[in-house]
Design a binder for this molecule. Structure first.
Ligand SMILES: [Zn+2]
Length: 321
């Protein structure tokens, strides 16, 4: 089995991973799978986000229709197989399992995690074979899945812990987006805290193959950020697809992700990401910064605007995430 690289982005949802993954997808030899964890739920289970980034149903997409059946025993229907995979995911790779999986890998929880590790190994390798990719970019973000990667045969993982200002994240969660429900600022930031702590546990364990990244640093200088990500996994920054904040996005095959993943064509990555100043109520802002303590300051975020808001130049917000 050839060794492939998996560039894995962890952190709480709405952190901008979809656009970063889609930019990397433009690199020769890279393939952004989207949020691979949800392939079974959305491909054959009860998930409502059943379209591939190419616009086809996952069960019709030329890449995923075949991969979806990997490991499915003869005589078992695809929905029943998907239900088994989802049950195993819940049993062994939730965020609270991250530390245990990091320590013991597939030895940490009986047959379920061994079966899941085997399925993920086959799935990554099949995705690489079908696309010719040497680097798979996975924006699943769930730390429990990321913690299992070092134990998968023929895979060298690289970890990107991606954070975004919790006020911007809470702003993004305010409105349901097509297939995604809404969430309060309290709830969003509580998850933000938990997912970031678990992501720390992973990057501490593998410091040479890990990177901490703020979404705001990406929107400030997307070209330099993509350079850094390419160097992390040993790729040549000369092929960086971003020039002057602009990237030409082609059709992708992302399993799940922000609705912006369907956008193709010349795309400008905008700098500002402070739409929360217009929309978050004072209690929602206070909830975000309070529950994010002490990580909020450790990540270099400023409390500025939390109590006042509103006062910002009128121009486009950052690229939506
Ligand atoms: Zn597709």
């Amino acid at each position: 089995m050839d060794t492939i690289k998996v560039l894995c982005i962890t952190g709480w949802c709405r952190n901008g991973s979809t656009i970063i993954g889609n930019v990397l997808n433009e690199m020769p030899g890279f393939f952004h799978v989207g949020e691979l964890h949800f392939l079974w739920k959305n491909g054959a289970g009860k998930g409502v986000n059943n379209l591939c980034g190419c616009g086809a149903a996952l069960t019709e997409c030329p890449i995923w229709s075949e991969i979806l059946t990997l490991g499915k025993p003869a005589g078992v229907t695809l929905p029943d197989f998907a239900a088994t995979v989802i049950r195993r995911q819940r049993a062994c790779v939730r965020t609270r399992h991250t530390w245990r999986v990091l320590r013991r890998g597939p030895g940490s929880g009986g047959g379920d995690i061994r079966a899941h590790a085997d399925l993920m190994t086959r799935t990554y390798h099949a995705a690489a074979e079908r696309t010719g990719a040497r680097v798979i970019v996975d924006t699943t973000k769930i730390p429990g899945e990321a913690a299992l990667l070092p134990y998968l045969e023929g895979i060298t993982p690289y970890f990107v812990h991606l954070v975004r200002d919790p006020r911007a994240v809470a702003h993004s969660w305010r409105q349901p987006k097509q297939y995604v429900y809404a969430m309060s600022s309290w709830m969003s930031t509580a998850y933000w805290h938990g997912f970031n702590l678990a992501s720390h546990a992973i990057t501490r364990r593998f410091p040479q193959r890990s990177l901490f990244l703020r979404y705001e640093d990406f929107t400030t200088d997307p070209e330099a950020t993509i350079d850094t990500l390419l160097r992390l996994c040993g790729a040549d920054p000369a092929a960086n697809p971003v020039r002057d904040r602009t990237v030409d996005l082609h059709t992708n095959h992302t399993v799940t992700g922000n609705p912006d993943r369907f956008r193709t064509g010349v795309t400008v990555i905008r700098e500002r990401d402070d739409g929360w100043r217009d929309t978050l109520t004072l209690p929602a802002r206070l909830a975000a910064v309070t529950l994010a303590t002490p990580l909020f300051r450790r990540y270099g975020y400023s409390y500025g605007g939390t109590l006042t808001g509103g006062a910002r130049p009128k121009e486009n917000h950052g690229s939506r995430a």
